[in-house]
Design a protein around this ligand. Structure first.
Ligand code: NA7
Length: 544
């Protein structure tokens, strides 16, 4: 039996989340025959899968939306300050319909392997629906899309219901009358716990590491707020891109906390706490840099936790103490800490009574076994590299990405890896990505990729590749920036620390404003770190 004839495209894009959708739109605009493969049944990427109760974006909706089509902004109405998953999912659908994107997307189709054929100048891709090939391969696979199930013994033995927040059933789950265990207290758990608690008969939260969380102060948006944003959105977005580390419009901090009086300190932290959301981190400009400065912010949040949570022992267990605030992704919640005041909600501190095993009936810690109807794993993702290494592309000389990244991910500008010609990563490791408003970073990378493809077209080049020396220098620069901050002090998923055996390297680039300046300088120098070649094109290879 011979293999079926591969489907042939100019560019293959993996993933139909916000990155894949915009990428497809731009590639079409360049006149390329592009095709997207998506394992889900619909568009939305991480928002397609993360349907757990309470799933909500922690960047304000008006900003967590595309800027490339002003009509989208005019015609889409965000209902809340922070949109919930169904609304973000509906927005992705709206964009896909509006731009007629679905006709070039194969849904329910996984990309299983990809290999560079150097002689033909092609990526040969194996999908669950058959082979495909294209000179360009673009991984729009997302930073938080490969879920992580902890290796807890006995996990398979549990006879009740098992869920992972990142793979939530589309029909929803009714916890009414059930006794539920949740494992993990990251951002997903912090959003889900108040909603699950409202349904369940009993909820027991298994916490290994407490997290800092800021109240969202979510609210319905008014017409006046939406119109005010629309009137100046392009200008405000441009300002955020040029002037902020995270591409989020906010009031920038004016001074270091170490120069503030105790009254100024308290006033500014209180103002940001009352406003709500992640811009709490922008209260002063030294909070992520200086241990003493950071301690002020951390203690302010711990004081709020102690005020909210009535049982002193539970309050103390919920107070993070062994890593600086902001060095793990700050959480944003609605009534998270308040939920622990409910009589049917209980915290199990796994630092005191470690989790030993999951059993047929429930969960056993060192304090004993407890039976449950359902266990919810809110245990996160193999972030930033997981989805790429699941495909594990094979580059020049048969070298796998997993070999090239054995010491940690290496990608020039977070965009291309040496030895993998014509393979682009959207918001890959080494780019600002998860430290920013993701949509803004996605748009930047998609535009950068299109710029590279245009350069190739203009010069008749067939391959583009990152230079190893420039890549090493970039990786060192990303590390140096992280080392100048407190970030590496936490065992975070930014560091790969949540996945056993994963190299401990700080993956995202700190400061999208600085990143943009660097990219602009490189563009002005005609991209010295990216080399172009005119190897045999596929048509030549076929002819020869
Ligand atoms: P996170 O933030 O990685 O949180 C995962 C949680 O699961 C965290 O509290 C972990 O505790 C806990 N965990 C993981 N493995 C175990 C085991 N074996 N036993 C007990 N507890 C465990 O994932 P989320 O989905 O909440 O959020 C990810 C991002 O999505 C978030 O930052 C936002 O950007 C959106 P640990 O801290 O490792 O002790």
């Amino acid at each position: 039996m011979s293999d079926p004839k591969p489907a042939r495209f100019d560019a293959i894009v993996v993933g139909a989340g916000f990155a894949g959708l915009y990428m497809l739109h731009r590639l079409r605009g360049m006149g390329l025959n592009a095709h997207v493969y998506e394992r889900a049944e619909g568009v939305g990427g991480t928002w397609w899968w993360n349907r757990y109760p309470g799933a909500r974006c922690d960047v304000e909706s008006l900003q967590y939306s595309y800027s490339w089509d002003p009509e989208l902004e005019r015609d889409w109405t965000w209902s809340e300050k922070y949109a919930a998953q169904p609304e973000i999912q509906a927005y992705a659908e709206f964009v896909a319909e509006r731009h007629d994107l679905k006709r070039d997307i194969s849904f329910s189709t996984s990309v299983e392997a990809a290999e560079w054929d150097d002689a033909a100048g092609l990526w040969r891709v194996r999908t669950s629906a058959g082979p495909a090939e294209a000179p360009q391969l673009i991984l729009a696979t997302g930073c938080l899309s490969s879920t992580s199930m902890p290796d807890i013994p006995g996990r398979e033995d549990f006879r009740g219901e098992t869920y992972h927040t990142g793979l939530w059933p589309h029909e929803g789950v009714d916890f009414t009358g059930k006794k539920v265990a949740i494992i993990g207290t990251g951002s997903s758990a912090i959003q889900a716990i108040p909603i699950i608690a409202a349904q369940a008969k009993e909820l027991v939260v298994h916490q290994r590491t407490p997290n800092f969380s800021i109240p969202a102060r979510n609210a319905r948006l008014t017409d006046a707020q939406r119109e005010a944003w629309r009137a100046r959105s392009q200008e405000r977005r441009a300002w955020a891109r040029a002037n902020t580390r995270n591409a989020i419009v906010t009031t920038l901090p004016e001074k270091p906390v170490l120069e503030a009086t105790p009254e100024e300190r308290e006033a500014e932290f209180t103002r940001r706490w009352e406003t709500g959301g992640i811009t709490f981190s922008a209260a002063f400009n030294d909070l992520a840099l200086d241990e003493e400065a950071n301690a002020y912010a951390a203690e302010f949040v711990r004081e709020r936790i102690r005020e909210i949570v009535k049982d002193p022992e539970t309050a103390e267990a919920l107070c993070p103490k062994d890593y600086p605030i902001f060095t793990k992704r700050i959480c944003v919640d609605t009534d998270y800490f308040e939920t622990f005041n409910l009589p049917h909600v209980r915290l199990v501190n796994l630092r005191e009574t470690p989790l030993e095993t999951v059993t047929e009936a429930g969960v056993r810690t060192s304090a004993g076994e407890e039976a449950y109807d359902a266990i919810v794993y809110a245990t996160g993702f193999d972030a930033m590299t997981g989805a790429i290494l699941n495909i594990d592309p094979v580059g020049k000389g048969g070298r796998r990405m997993s070999e090239a990244w054995a010491e940690g991910p290496k990608a020039y500008l977070g965009l291309m890896t040496a030895g993998f010609p014509n393979l682009f990563l959207i918001t890959g490791p080494g780019s600002p990505s998860v430290l920013t408003n993701m949509i803004v970073s996605i748009e930047h990378h998609v535009d950068m990729i299109c710029e590279q493809l245009s350069r190739m077209q203009a010069r008749g080049a067939t391959r583009l590749e990152a230079q190893p020396e420039e890549q090493e220098a970039w990786v060192a620069h990303v590390n140096a920036r992280a080392s100048a901050t407190l970030y590496p002090r936490a065992a975070s998923w930014y560091m790969g620390a949540n996945i056993p055996g994963k190299p401990r390297v700080f993956m995202p680039y700190i400061g999208q404003d600085e990143y943009r300046r660097k990219v602009a300088e490189l563009a002005a120098k005609d991209w010295p770190g990216l080399s172009m070649g005119k190897g045999r094109a596929a048509s030549d290879a076929a002819a020869g």
